[in-house]
Design a binder for this molecule. Structure first.
Ligand code: C2E
Ligand code: MG
Ligand code: MG
Ligand code: MG
Length: 285
C-alpha cells in the first residue's frame, strides 16, 4: 500500500510540478512580452521634510499597465519576475526611466530632490548591477547625487562581503543608499554600521501601530534616535494620519512618506503636485 501510495503521490507531484512549470513559463513569457511592449510604468510618491514640509524626493514605484486588467501591483509580479530572472531587465528599465523622468523635471526647473529606486535582492546581486547604474546615469545625464537606491535588509545580509564592495562602488559613483522596510529583516547592527548608508526607512508596520501600541511607539522612537546618532536620515514610511505625522515630528524624525501627504502619482500627477505647491520646492531647504 505504502508503495502504491508513494507512486500515486509521485504522479500527483509530477503533475502539479508540470502545471506549475507551465504556469510559470507562461507568466514569464507574459512578463517578457510586457517588457517588450513597454507596458510597465512608474508612479512617484513624494517624501517630505518633517521640519518644513518641503518635498525631499520621489520614490519610483513600478506598475504593470495591463491592456485588459489595468494597473497591476508590483507585489503581484515583482516576486515572479525575481524568481524567473526577469527582474534584472525590468530593474534596468526602472532605473533608466526614473533617471530620465528626474532629468525632465530638472530641465523643467522643478526641484524634486532625489529620485529613489527600489532594488530587489537578485538585481543587487547580479554581476552587472553597478554597471547598470552607471549606464543609466550616463545615458540620461542625471547626476549620481540625485539618485537613491533602496535596498531591503535581506539584500545586504545575504552576502556581507559582496554587499560591502557593491555599496562602496555605488558610493564611489556618488549614489545615495537607503535601507528599506527597516526593522523587518534580520540585519545585524554590527554589520549595518559598517555599511555606507545614508538613510533608514522605518517599515510601515511599526508606523501604522505606533500611535496605538506603546511597544511600536518605543521601537519607532528608538530607531529614530539610533539612526540619527549614526548620522542616517530617518524616514518613516506608510504615514497615513495626522496623528502619526505629529508623533514623528515630536520624535524628531527627519522625513515622512505616505498617504497622509500623497499617494504615489503618475509622472503627470507628480508634476502637477510640484507646480501647484511651489512652496514645496526643495529650494526652501
Ligand atoms: P516599498 O518599497 O516599501 O514601497 C512602499 C509601498 O507602500 C508602495 O506599495 C506604496 O504604494 C505603499 N504605500 C505608500 N504609502 C502608504 C500608506 O500610507 N499606506 C499604505 N498602506 N501603503 C503605502 P507598492 O507600490 O505596491 O509597492 C510594493 C513593493 O513592491 C515596494 O515596497 C517594493 O518593495 C516593491 N517595488 C515597487 N516598485 C519596485 C521596483 O521598481 N523594483 C523593485 N525591485 N521593487 C519594487
Ligand atoms: Mg521602497
Ligand atoms: Mg519600504
Ligand atoms: Mg514597506
Amino acid at each position: 500500500h505504502a508503495k502504491a501510495g508513494g507512486r500515486a503521490n509521485f504522479q500527483f507531484f509530477r503533475q502539479t510540478m508540470n502545471e506549475r512549470l507551465v504556469q510559470r513559463q507562461s507568466l514569464e513569457d507574459t512578463l517578457r512580452n510586457a517588457l517588450k511592449k513597454r507596458q510597465f510604468i512608474l508612479h512617484y510618491q513624494p517624501k517630505i521634510d518633517l521640519e518644513n514640509g518641503a518635498i525631499t524626493g520621489a520614490e519610483a514605484l513600478v506598475r504593470w499597465n495591463h491592456p485588459e486588467r489595468g494597473l497591476i501591483s508590483p507585489a503581484l509580479f515583482v516576486p515572479v519576475a525575481e524568481e524567473c530572472g526577469l527582474m534584472q531587465q525590468i530593474g534596468q528599465w526602472v532605473l533608466r526611466e526614473a533617471c530620465r523622468q528626474m532629468q525632465n523635471w530638472q530641465n523643467a526647473g522643478l526641484d524634486v530632490g532625489r529620485v529613489a529606486v527600489n532594488i530587489s535582492t537578485p538585481e543587487f546581486r547580479s554581476r552587472n548591477f553597478v554597471n547598470d547604474v552607471r549606464d543609466a546615469l550616463a545615458e540620461t545625464g542625471m547626476a549620481a547625487e540625485y539618485l537613491e537606491i533602496e535596498l531591503k535588509e535581506a539584500a545586504l545580509m545575504a552576502d556581507l562581503e559582496h554587499a560591502q564592495s557593491r555599496l562602496s562602488e555605488l558610493k564611489e559613483l556618488g549614489v545615495n543608499i537607503a535601507i528599506d522596510d527597516f526593522g523587518t529583516g534580520h540585519s545585524s547592527l554590527r554589520q549595518l554600521k559598517r555599511f555606507p548608508i545614508d538613510s533608514l526607512k522605518i517599515d510601515r508596520s511599526f508606523v501604522q501601530c505606533m500611535t496605538k501600541d506603546p511597544a511600536d511607539a518605543a521601537i519607532v522612537s528608538a530607531v529614530i534616535s539610533m539612526g540619527k546618532s549614526l548620522n542616517y536620515r530617518v524616514v518613516a514610511e506608510g504615514v497615513e494620519t495626522r496623528e502619526q505625522h505629529l508623533f514623528l515630528q515630536a520624535n524628531l524624525c527627519d522625513e515622512s512618506q505616505g498617504h497622509h501627504f500623497s499617494r504615489p502619482l503618475n509622472a503627470e500627477g507628480f508634476t502637477a503636485l510640484m507646480t501647484r505647491n511651489p512652496s514645496h520646492s526643495a529650494e526652501l531647504h
